[in-house]
Structure formats: C-alpha cells, structure tokens
Design a protein around this ligand. Structure first.
Ligand code: TPP
Ligand code: SF4
Length: 317
C-alpha cells in the first residue's frame, strides 16, 4: 500500500476517486429494442455520474415488471422485490440507513394498482427518496393487460373491447395526497428534460415523485406517437424554480409559466387532459419528512445480535 493510502487509512479517510459512466453500468439491458426504459436508464446513469454518487452508498429498489428490471442494469446496491411493494422496502432502507441515496423504480401497474396504498402513504410520509414511475399505460411484462392508467377504450388482452374506466391520473392523484412535496412529469423521448427532471427530484429534500411517460413499442406505441411526432401537443411548464432546458426552446414552442409553489394551480393544470404537460407541477421543501418526525433507534451490530438472541430465546422450545 502506498504511503499516502496508509496515512489516509490511519486518518480514517476514504481515498477519493472519480466515478465514470462505466462504474454505474450493470448487466446488459434486456428490454425490447426501442423501449423507453433504455433512455431512462441512460438518464439515471448520467445523473449518478454527474452527482458522483458512490455506488456502495446508492440503492435502487423496484417491484416486478419490465421497468422493475432496472436495478440489474446499474452497478449499485439493488432490490428487485415484490410486485407493488417497492415503496415500503425503500422506506425501511432509508429510515435505517439515512446516509444512502435511495431510488425507487415502479411501473404504472406496480405503483397505481397493486401498490396504490403504499404510493399514497409514501407520499404522505415524505421520506427523502426519488420515486420514478415508468408509465407505459399498460402491464408490459405480463403481456398487454389493462392498467389503471390505460386510456378508456384502449383494447388489451384483458379488456379486448377497450378499457372500461377513465384512466387514473397519477399527477392529480399524487397532488391530492396530504404532505405531497415534489410532483413532476417528463417523457422518455425528451432526454434533456428527462435528465433535468430526475436531477431536480434527486436534489429535492423529501419524497420526489416523477411520472415518466414511457414508450412501449410492443403494446402502446399508438398512445404516445402523436406527442412524440408533433411537439405542438406538448407544453413545457417553466419557472425559475422549475426546470430550465434551453436547448428545448426551439423544439417545444408551447411554454407555460407555472410557479411550482402554487398547489391550487398545480392541481388545476393536472386536470388538463388536452395537452401533454412536462415539468414540475409542485415542490415544497418545507414539508415534514418521515425520517425527521419518526426517530428510528440506531443500534450497533452487537445490540442487534443481542436483541435477536433475546427474541429467539423467547420462542425456543
Ligand atoms: C403479487 C403479484 N401479482 C401479480 C403479478 C404478475 N405481474 C408481474 S408484473 C405485472 C404488471 C407489470 O406492469 P407494470 O407494473 O405496469 O410494469 P411494466 O412491465 O409495464 O414495466 C403483474 C401483474 C406478480 N408478479 N405478483
Ligand atoms: S414489453 Fe414494452 S415495456 Fe416491456 S420491455 Fe418491451 S417495450 Fe419495454
């Protein structure tokens, strides 16, 4: 070991190093060609590099679905868990290891259907983490089944005559939850906007919910095609406290000034079904956070072993 390395260890300091994109690359993605998940993965890896997040102090938690495969593709800690249960797992991790950078990846089925109860409570808890919902408006992994965000009338394998119900609006729903602190929408086909949105979410102190409109060329191409091909259908929410992407000014001419501190206006905008709105709907850094209000006792490893032993003894026959 070098003299410098030795003295750093003696001082208890870690040797500083710079991380590159290759440090965050996990196994080769197996999503379909053209799947929007590929672009989202790139944006996430760019963020990790730009923020120089140490892989050993970063964790991605997901449920089950095509989107939920993402933790395999980033070389950090990861938990590819149970359908709909990513948020409570992530909350547990953050409460016990507040030093970790926690990211959650969910599909629309994962978040808005089986995991909907957790989604509401995670929003209210406002634990510091980034929650990315990949919304392809269908269950992709289980091959073309109607999800809560599938538009009314859109046919699938489970509702071949078209979805019966009006689609659930995830932005409107999140904004309706008490203590919501960060709500944004972006799209996989606008990479610069996607990156800036994820970055703003990462820098937000609290639960940052990002709905990412995500193309699924297998099952729902037609749902996103018009907005992808015709930028006039998209409107960017802009503000000094919002997201500024100067390079998009030429492409997206529709821009609406929206102050993300204004919750009433955010809710009104979220109801607008005409245009695809991209940007930060709402942000409030002063909402109480769960890790501050709920004090989790910190036990040493020895304490934990002692507590476990005590529990085992109680039940031993
Ligand atoms: C408890 C449970 N119920 C149902 C399933 C089957 N299942 C796996 S993934 C999935 C839905 C996937 O859709 P979504 O969450 O939207 O993610 P996508 O595949 O579109 O990314 C379902 C119903 C499961 N694995 N576990
Ligand atoms: S089925 Fe759709 S969401 Fe799943 S990997 Fe293929 S394109 Fe992506």
């Amino acid at each position: 070991m070098s003299e410098l390395g030795c003295s750093l260890l003696t001082l208890g300091l870690e040797e500083e190093r710079e991380y590159g994109m290759q440090d965050y690359a996990g196994s080769t993605p197996r999503w379909c060609p053209g799947c929007g998940d590929n672009g989202i993965l790139t944006a996430v890896q760019r963020l990790l590099e730009a923020e120089q997040l140490p892989p050993e102090r970063t964790v991605f938690v997901s449920g089950i679905g095509c989107s939920s495969r993402l933790p395999h593709y980033v070389k950090t800690y990861g938990f590819h868990g149970i359908h709909g249960r990513a948020l409570p797992v992530a909350t547990g991790i953050k409460l016990h290891r507040p030093d970790l950078h926690v990211f959650v990846v969910m599909g629309d089925g994962d978040c808005c259907s089986i995991g909907a109860g957790h989604w509401i409570h995670a929003t209210r808890y406002n634990t510091d983490m980034v929650a990315l919902m990949f919304d392809n408006e269908i269950y992709g992994l289980t091959k073309n089944q109607t999800s809560p965000t599938t538009p009314r009338g859109f046919p699938s394998n489970t509702q071949p005559r078209g979805s019966y119900l009006p689609a659930l609006n995830p932005i409107e729903a999140t904004l309706g939850v008490t203590n919501a602190s960060f709500v944004a929408q972006t799209a996989d086909w606008a990479p610069a906007h996607l990156y800036e949105t994820i970055r703003a979410a990462y820098r937000h102190p609290g639960f940052a919910f990002v709905r990412i409109l995500q193309r699924c060329p297998q099952y729902t191409t037609v749902l996103f095609d018009k907005a992808v091909r015709d930028p006039s259908r998209v409107e960017l929410l802009v503000h000094e406290r919002g997201i500024d992407v100067p390079e998009l000014q030429g492409l997206y001419k529709n821009r609406r000034l929206h102050d993300p501190s204004n919750l009433d206006e955010a809710r009104r905008l979220a109801e607008d079904g005409e245009r695809v709105l991209l940007g930060i709907f709402y942000r409030n850094e002063s909402r109480p956070r769960y890790e501050e209000t709920r004090h989790v006792p910190r036990h040493s490893v020895e304490d934990r072993l002692r507590l476990l032993d005590r529990e085992f003894d109680r039940h031993a026959v």
